[in-house]
Design a protein around this ligand. Sequence first.
Ligand code: FAD
Length: 381
Amino acid sequence: MDTASVVIIGGGIIGCSIAYHLAARGCRDVVVIEKNLFEGAENSSLSAGGVRHQFASEVNARMSQYAITRFEHFKDEMDADIEFHQDGYLFMATSEAQMASFDDQLALWARLGIPVERYSPADIAARVPGISLDGLVGGTFCAKDGFVDPHAIFSAYAKKARELGVTFRFQTQATGIRRTGDKLTGVQTTAGSIATETVVDAAGPLAPAVAKWFGVDVPVRPYRRQILTTMPFDRLPKELPMVVDMGTGLYFRLETGALLIGMVNRDEPSSFNTAVDRPFADHVIMTALERYPLLEEAQMGRSWAGLYDVSPDHHAILGPVDGAPGLILATGFSGHGIMHSPAVGDNLASLILTGTSPIDLSGLRLERFARGEAFAESQVI
Ligand SMILES: Cc1cc2nc3c(=O)[nH]c(=O)nc-3n(C[C@H](O)[C@H](O)[C@H](O)COP(=O)(O)OP(=O)(O)OC[C@H]3O[C@@H](n4cnc5c(N)ncnc54)[C@H](O)[C@@H]3O)c2cc1C
């Protein structure tokens, strides 16, 4: 039987980042199990690539600060261009209550040293020419936010991890664990077993199924999210922030001369369905046309759907679990997994190897739900 210090189940951006950071910290005896043919083949390839400081909770904002600094220096560290466009994120409020919540968050961001401006409707019009101000009360704008190419990130993490000695087993599915008493002794896969005392559950929306092998109930559920794109068209400005309408849940940003558009269907129940919902896509287009009328001149392009792995408080669930020796959770990213991947990878690697991490992750452990210590992240799309 093969052996590994750490087996990571899931070769998405989170599994790749944890693998790289373990190896960079000297733990190279790591195996990543991925059921697809290559890394990042599922939700990590389907995201909008948005990266932002503007979170309502301190731990999420700190994870973003940590991650964005790493993205800014990614080329030097990883020798890969992740096309980090720091064109900003504009959150827009359509009610006084939403604006009051932005004001609370502005105080948090100021305390953390995150440069976010409070915007009037006139500021919004100046930042996004052609936008309809209908119903808008105001907003917030952070020029250091933006978007990245997720593919470049997970490919770079996987490549460097491999160079440092990590093994990736593709087209291999983890199917169970081996235990002696309570002690974890290995992982079973469709290509044989691997002896290990540490398993990282980075299986995305399938993370609860992996945790079940340990007798652990992880309250993460899959929710479909879809993205539409236009064909390139001339009337778009050369620069545009990620624009988020918190009233409708609509967001859009530039994508190589075209527009990438997303919106959450707040009425849709949890499921593993990843087919594009055409009637909802029509609703998204109508909503986008109302907010950004110059879209009238656009032709629609590709569309796709993937899954968010959503936790009850929209925070990730990270770290070891009481009563489940050997299990480390890395799931529940609730739509933030791309932007937080460097922070999750480095901090979890540190936690696994030393028992402590640069960012205190204790508040993100699974036990917070049983203890009634969950704290909601309200700035979610
Ligand atoms: C439409 C959409 C837009 C998004 N926009 C953003 C955004 O703007 N910014 C942002 O930060 N995030 C965004 N996200 C969220 C982001 O994509 C996820 O948080 C991130 O990809 C999670 O990465 P992961 O590695 O945990 O999961 P995944 O990418 O799902 O990877 C999990 C992997 O585990 C593998 N696996 C599962 N079970 C097993 C098993 N038993 N054996 C072997 N392999 C297994 C799967 O094959 C999969 O490859 C978006 C997501 C969607 C769908």
